[in-house]
Unconditional design. Structure first.
Length: 296
């Protein structure tokens, strides 16, 4: 054959062989992106070495991925540490909150409750000193859960006294026209003294376990005296005292109407036992009614 024919005959075979080599190599390195690099190199003889380099690059990519993962781990660790530190701060905040609770507890102390109602806390409980004439115009409300002592001067405590929530109540309406409003007691013990003219004009009501109510002043205890609980002792010694009547319903009751024209309206008693005495001139003009198991 001529030289030209030989060249034409072997050229396709060579091309096919090269193509096969490229395809074979390309198949091995497509995932690593080596084919793109070979194209950029214009199919030079060093493409094969770049194909080989492509695989390490892929591995490098893997390493890079591992590095990112490690970095993420470090970031997570850093975050965890930061979270721990933040948690510590929050823990300290919790301590502050506990301090807040202590402040709340102080605000709920007997002294704070007494002061909030306008009284002065002392060894005997919450004390309201209204001895100055005309003092304590608004109703006095004793704080809950502690003894309450109220002293009212002339025309003092015009709004009355509410001791329904007190642990015990000692209320002295010792001057004329003191305690014009209603006087109301609760707790274990109620002691009310209406010593002068027209004191306790708003009447006295007690639901304490034990009550001692004294209406010694002239025309004192102008409204109804009402007493319940375990024991009630009501004394109407002032002239014209307890004029609106006396009603008791404790287990044990004693009603003494010794003042002139005292207990003008009806006297009524119920409970386990009841003792009444209307010894004052004109006392108990409205009659007596006893519904107790024992009456005398």
């Amino acid at each position: 054959m001529s030289t030209t024919i030989k060249r034409l005959f072997f050229a396709p075979i060579l091309l096919i062989s090269v193509a096969c080599t490229l395809n074979s190599s390309g198949i091995g390195v497509v995932g690593a992106g080596g084919a793109v690099e070979n194209s950029a190199d214009g199919g030079q003889g060093r493409d094969a070495s770049r194909f080989l380099d492509a695989a390490p690059q892929g591995a490098g990519g893997g390493t890079g991925t591992g590095g990112i993962g490690a970095g993420g781990g470090i970031g997570a660790g850093g975050t965890g540490a930061g979270g721990g530190q933040t948690g510590g701060v929050l823990g300290n905040g919790g301590s502050s909150a506990t301090g807040g609770n202590n402040l709340d507890a102080a605000a709920d102390s007997p002294a704070a409750k007494c002061a909030d109602r306008g009284g002065q806390y002392g060894p005997t409980g919450c004390v309201f000193d209204c001895t100055v004439a005309g003092a304590c115009v608004a109703a006095i409300v004793c704080p809950s859960g502690q003894p309450c002592q109220v002293t009212c001067g002339a025309s003092g405590c015009a709004g009355g006294v509410d001791c329904t929530q007190g642990k015990s109540c000692t209320i002295a309406c010792g001057q004329g026209n003191a305690c014009a409003g209603p006087v109301v007691c609760g707790g274990s013990q109620c002691t009310v003294t209406c010593a002068e003219g027209s004191a306790c004009a708003g009447g006295v009501t007690s639901s304490a376990a034990s009550a001692q109510i004294s209406c010694a002043g002239q025309n004192s205890c102008g409204a109804i005296v009402n007493c319940s609980g375990n024991q009630c002792n009501v004394s109407c010694g002032g002239n014209g005292s307890c004029k609106a009547g006396v009603f008791t319903s404790a287990s044990t009751n004693t009603i003494l109407c010794t003042g002139v024209n005292s207990c003008k309206q009806k006297v009524q008693c119920s409970g386990a036992s009841c003792q009444t005495a209307c010894t004052g001139s004109g006392a108990c003009a409205g009659g007596q009614s006893c519904f107790a198991s024992t009456c005398s």
